[in-house]
Design a protein. Structure first.
Length: 210
């Protein structure tokens, strides 16, 4: 069994220590770091994402797999940077102003990182200005807004308006999600996409960044 397959399989089981050791071994064997990332770590995380989408595994399993992935990535990150390997795109994500829920947001972030995107995490209680300012300063292609309360959903509309005011609406895609949010609401406020779960959100972001 190749070492990349081993990395992929141990990542799915969430065995962070083993993943770290295997990635170190793969580097020592002279395997290209980009190959380790794509065929080992991201391949494993993609399978986790699919299983999560199909309700075959749940949030805790995703969290341990993501932790394993992060430990592997830490080892090859400096090597990837040295080779000039760039992320496939850049996204800023946050829970909107007045809302402190972050489990959904964190899950989306991990799924996106699992797809090779660079994610700027703004945390919770994020103002519309901060979303737009970050997108401009960090050169993000996508703004992701999460809300879990019906009372904070309206902030998403403000984010769309602020992006228009700042003149970046044609350059940046705005994605929204969270329990009270719907496709209908997405259309109503003029956002670009609403997704039902974290794995679909990651897929949509990858498409936008192409």
């Amino acid at each position: 069994m190749s070492i990349l397959v081993e990395i992929c399989e141990n990542l799915q089981k969430g065995k962070a220590k083993i993943v770290k050791e295997l990635v170190t071994q793969a580097v020592e064997q002279g395997i290209n770091p980009e190959q380790i990332l794509n065929e080992g770590l991201l391949a494993g995380m993609n399978i986790v994402g699919e299983k999560f989408k199909n309700n075959e595994i749940y949030v805790p399993e995703v969290l341990v797999a993501a932790r394993a992935m992060n430990m592997g990535v830490q080892i090859i990150k400096p090597l990837l940077a040295a080779e000039g390997v760039k992320a496939t795109g850049k996204v800023c994500i946050g829970t909107v102003q007045g809302d402190l829920h972050d489990i959904g947001k964190n899950l989306v972030k991990m799924m996106m990182e699992g797809k090779g995107l660079e994610v700027v995490d703004l945390g919770t209680d994020v103002s519309p200005e901060t979303f737009v300012q970050t997108a401009i300063e960090q050169n993000c292609q996508v703004i992701c807004c999460s809300a879990l309360l019906t009372t904070t959903m309206s902030v998403m509309e403000e984010v769309v308006k602020k992006a228009e005011e700042a003149g970046i609406r044609d350059k940046v895609k705005i994605m929204i999600g969270g329990a009270p949010v719907s496709e209908e609401y997405c259309k109503k406020i003029g956002a670009d996409v609403y997704t039902v779960d974290a794995a679909s959100a990651a897929d949509a972001a990858v498409e936008f960044c192409k």
